[in-house]
Write a protein of this length. Sequence first.
Length: 96
Amino acid sequence: MVARTSFETRPCPIARSLDEVGEWWSILLLRDAFQGLTRFDQFQKCLDIAPNILTRRLNSLVERGLFEKRAYCERPLRHEYVLTPKGRDFRPVLLT
């Protein structure tokens, strides 16, 4: 496995953002969240991403504090993923 390069100390905000987000599916999920998507099925339909990959990426974004996971239906249990203030801080990077 190839070692991952850290961009944490780079002067470029895009490079530092990639270090925080992790990989390109996550950037696309952030982009779509800024466009108003919040639900698993919405992200899956828009990105045509495998459910297992989407689950991992959403969980990673929640763990990193970029999304908040909120229940919107109890039976069956369903969640939505909402940008946190930290997640909203990525807006200028995505507009670049």
